[in-house]
Design a protein around this ligand. Structure first.
Ligand SMILES: [Mn+2]
Length: 585
């Protein structure tokens, strides 16, 4: 008896109103796909329209962002007076692409702009004292922050003391005491009336580019829409849900990345060996964003910013080559740091959360925390003892402990901190690690921070005979898939295995009978199946449906997520969707 490794969870069918059904007909959406979309929250015709219709129409009015009018007014004054404007970004992919969006937009709007890319080592997170000094020294009357600033009240007050106005544009959690900035453009403000608070730093910058550059002309529209490629990278890199306005940005941006990437991104796409016409959110998440992040992690962050802003193809090629070198170094250093941290953690047993410290590069502790949190399915905080004060990075499984709140409750141990529910960072007060660990573990112990058997959400139940290109193309309309909008998970019930064989790297290949033909199945990292499944077995398979090219042919392939002996999964009336088990050949 082969048991599932995860708890299969079929989405409850959502009621389909007649309005929704006719919107689906208008958009050419099958009933099957409509069921999937409705279960994913497309409950009203306008949701469906925003998901599948013209992405430009799915963008919201940027003037609804909090303080957008003040932002615009202050920059209008800067343009009239000829004030220099410093744009202060962040060293991760969202902050870097957001910086590029803001710099390009403000320049296109006629401002004299000075980009400032903070260093993870010298500046840290948030607006830094060093940058305020630089702004003063270079005669900048205005500082625009991107992807940061909400948690920098002291530095903003310091700037104000020097007569510099700070316009914060950000998407991070707003603390109880917001900074006294000239403008605080952040859709997460408690008083925000903005329809979609899920924008990232680059997303907010993109909306402000729209605010400034949209003039009703098609040329004006192209000037801000063409920045969607950069905003898409920030959105995907920050693991924001690809829903609502983020989905619209990603659809606009991916199209531009495929068709006409700017010189820096075209060079990056070349060194990453990505086929340009097949770039999707996954290529951004696993190939483009890590290369930009690599620069920030090993102290070459200005390289990445110059690449994004490059206008010349040969300069872009040169910079992309250097960035590739940085990415290779980063990968080596990560492997070492991860191995050491694993050894320190050992077996965390019943401990509700893990807190470790070691001499690991500050740029890598977030990656290490993420890997450990995945492995132990509980919150993990990793401190680098490389810096004074110690820098910490935390990750937690979704649905468990809310790190932004937990860090808020641990505030007394920090010099500064900030973050999101699933990722947060801090600078620790000297000597506070034990007291912090005790408080943090106590907080983690209060909630369901150790996530039990993870669930496997299933979108659709079908028979093997239903797995065809019609279904593949229907589900393809979910693209771009990613965070918040995962690839469709399909349960294929009652499949008869015709062959099982182990292939390289611990993967297993199978075929199952489909009428007189067979259907390929690939099980990544499931070497165990080579012994557990035999030809002739009847199984239920949960999989993504892929299409692969091989030897000039294109064929469907089930990418296995989980498998169990047929009939073991009887929950949720699974068979009701396809008829009784007897009717399935
Ligand atoms: Mn961000």
């Amino acid at each position: 008896m082969l048991r599932p490794t995860r708890a299969w969870a079929l989405a409850a069918p959502s009621p389909i109103s007649s309005e929704l059904a006719s919107a689906a007909d208008r958009l050419g959406v099958s009933r099957r796909l409509l069921g999937v979309l409705a279960a994913r929250g497309c409950a009203r015709p306008e949701d469906l329209e925003s998901f599948l219709g013209d992405p430009v129409a799915a963008l919201h009015d940027p003037s609804l962002l909090p303080d957008a009018p003040i932002f615009r007014m202050r920059l209008e004054r800067a343009r009239e007076r000829g004030d220099r404007v410093m744009v202060y970004g962040d060293f991760d992919a969202d902050g870097l692409t957001g910086l590029a969006v803001m710099v390009l937009a403000l320049r296109a709007w006629g401002l004299a702009v000075e980009p400032y890319v903070p260093s993870r080592f010298a500046d840290g997170h948030g607006l830094s004292v060093g940058a305020v000094d630089r702004a003063q020294a270079t005669g900048c009357a205005v500082v625009v922050t991107v992807d940061c600033g909400t948690s920098s009240p002291d530095e903003i007050a310091q700037a104000a003391g020097c007569g510099i106005d700070v316009l914060v544009t950000d998407h991070h959690h707003v603390p109880d005491r917001p900074p006294g900035a000239t403008a605080l453009v952040n859709a997460r403000r408690p008083d925000s009336r903005y329809p979609d608070p899920r924008l990232t730093g680059a997303g907010v910058a993109f909306k402000l580019a729209q605010l400034l550059l949209e003039d009703g002309s098609s040329a004006g529209r192209a000037r801000w829409l063409d920045l969607a490629d950069l905003a898409t990278i920030g959105t995907v890199a920050d693991v924001a849900p690809l829903l609502g306005e983020n989905r619209a940005i990603a659809r606009l941006g991916l199209e531009r990345l495929r068709r006409s990437a700017r010189p820096g991104l075209a060079a990056l796409i070349r060194v990453a060996a990505l086929p340009p016409d097949r770039i999707d959110a996954e290529s951004v998440a696993y190939s483009i964003a890590p290369r930009l992040n690599a620069a920030g992690r090993i102290g070459e962050v200005t390289l990445a910013a110059r690449l994004l802003l490059a206008t010349d193809a040969s300069e872009a090629d040169e910079l992309a080559g250097q960035l590739e070198e940085a990415n290779r170094t980063r990968r080596d250093l990560t492997a070492v740091a991860l191995a050491e941290a694993r050894e320190v953690v050992g077996d965390p047993g019943e401990s509700p959360a893990v807190v470790v410290a070691g001499p690991w590069p500050v740029g890598l502790i977030g990656l290490v925390a993420g890997r450990l949190a995945d492995a132990h399915r509980r919150p993990v905080v990793v401190f680098s003892t490389d810096t004074e004060p110690w820098r910490g990075s935390a990750r937690a499984p979704s649905g468990g402990l809310d790190l932004a709140r937990a860090f808020g409750s641990c505030e007394r141990h920090f010099v500064r901190y900030g973050g999101h529910p699933e990722a947060a960072g801090c600078d620790l007060r000297p000597g506070a690690v034990d007291a912090f660990r005790a408080d943090f573990q106590a907080l983690a112990a209060q909630g369901p921070s150790v996530v039990a058997q993870p669930s496997l959400p299933i979108d659709l139940v079908v028979r093997v005979l239903d797995v065809d290109y019609t279904l593949f193309h229907e589900l393809e309309r979910l693209e771009p898939v990613g965070s918040g909008n995962p690839p469709a998970c399909v349960a294929v019930l009652g499949a008869t295995v015709t062959r099982v064989r182990p292939v390289s790297n611990g993967h297993v290949q199978m075929t199952v009978a489909k009428g007189r033909e067979v259907l390929d199945v690939i099980a990544f990292g499931r070497a165990d199946l080579a012994g557990a499944v035999r030809a002739g077995d009847r199984v239920d398979i949960v999989a993504n449906i892929g299409s692969r090219q091989f030897g000039g042919f294109e064929s469907l392939q089930l990418e296995l997520m989980d498998v169990a002996t047929a009939g073991a999964w009887t929950a949720a009336g699974a068979w009701a969707a396809v008829g009784s088990p007897e009717s399935v050949a």
